[in-house]
Design a protein around this ligand. Sequence first.
Ligand code: UD1
Ligand code: CA
Length: 474
Amino acid sequence: MTNKSPFKLPLNVIVLAAGKGTRMKSPLPKVAHPVAGQPMIQRIVNQAKSIGAHEVRVVVGYGEELVRQLVEPLGGICEKQHQQNGTADAVKAADPSTLSGMVLIVNGDHPLITSDDLVELVKKFEVGNYDVAVVSSKLKNPKSYGRIVRSGGKLHSIVEAKDASHEALKINEVNTGIYVARAEVLSQLLPRIQNHNQQQEYYLTDIIELCKDDGGKVGAIEASPRVCFGVNSQRELAKATQILYKRKALQLLDEGVMVVDPNHTYIEESVQVGEACVIYPGVMIRGACDIGNYCVVESNCVMSNVTLESGVVVKAMSHLEGCVVREKAELGPYARIRPDSDVGPEARIGNFVELKKAKMGKGAKAGHLTYLGDAEIGQNVNIGCGTITCNYAADRKKYKTIIGDDAFVGSDTQFIAPITIGRGAIIGSGSTITKDVPDKALAIARGRQVIRENYKPKSPKQTDKARNSSEMEK
Ligand code: UD1
Ligand code: CA
């Protein structure tokens, strides 16, 4: 048992995820679909782990291999259900007889649940001293959810919509599909569940009546409707994604970030944003991003796995991936910073500049239309417009360009790597630099300009004559 658990008894989690999700109309297993950048199944496994679950068992079936790949690196244990014979059969596949303490059963496709929701439910289960509890929710439109039937205010049973009477269908308290049970009670009762119902499936919901018949204590724990929100279609997937992005945007507003339009900002949960940052509409920030204080990110920038130190400005339409941008650097508009790049403090990267595995020193500048790949650019270097580091050779290997501090590179320069340019060197515009340049030297490598004074171009007639005669000579 991990000691971070907030519960008295050990907690285990079983996630039901064997279904295909036919209504998604997608070859992916339903739980592998991402909501706000993260596959649904990974969200729930991470949450279960984060609240101190001892074991997280995931019941897999359709798309088993893919689900395994998503779940196992997070510490989830996959249990195969060979045929989908219903929710009780699915729980049986997870073999709860080998668990002790409490078992929380959740569906893999309820992405709006939070870790706090789960903690609250399990705590209520402990306080209520239940043997089996179902988590319910009150909905305006209870649709096809199972209905919670009470008698004298107490939980009596759960009736599936397909099996429900006209009267029962009017009930608006529904089964969210989440349950908490004592492990030993669960494993005793599961084998007694029958499939005598409309779908001829083994319904986990029947466990309530069986438990009561045995004199056990059952109850319904009420939760907010978001707990109930399950994804069954692409529309619901998009809705869930929208809700999660908005939730993050509102959270950032509460933390002092200026999110200009929380309805059109796409920041994943994993992203950290410092105080007094400004995020303009249309920005997408993904993965492990860490943004310092006082940064500005203008519209339509996409960033993944990026660290921005404080005071960085990323102007509109820039794309950043796996890089570090140091204090007060300025990028864009239309900058592209690719993995393993490191943009130094107060450096400036302008429009249509691409960096790949490039390190820019403090105060270095590349203002326009430039490619710097496998490069180390020193402090205060000025890279002129249209500069290219030719890093990829005919042998299909990558070579490095090193440019010393304070060097000045004129426009339209190509560096044929591997090459080293000394500190304070000056490269004349239009040069193709093939040899190393020493410190403080001037290098020019371009065709010399030819001037012919009073030059008279030949008339078109003369040119034709000359061409004809030379052809006859052949
Ligand atoms: C179930 C509940 C219903 C509840 C609803 C909440 C039953 C009988 N009904 O209905 O009361 O209101 O959830 O969403 O439990 N699964 C398996 N193996 C199976 C069957 C299902 O792993 O053999 C998984 C599915 O992949 C899914 C979850 O269990 O993640 C729920 O199954 P689903 O068929 O969607 O249940 P509902 O009919 O919606
Ligand atoms: Ca079903």
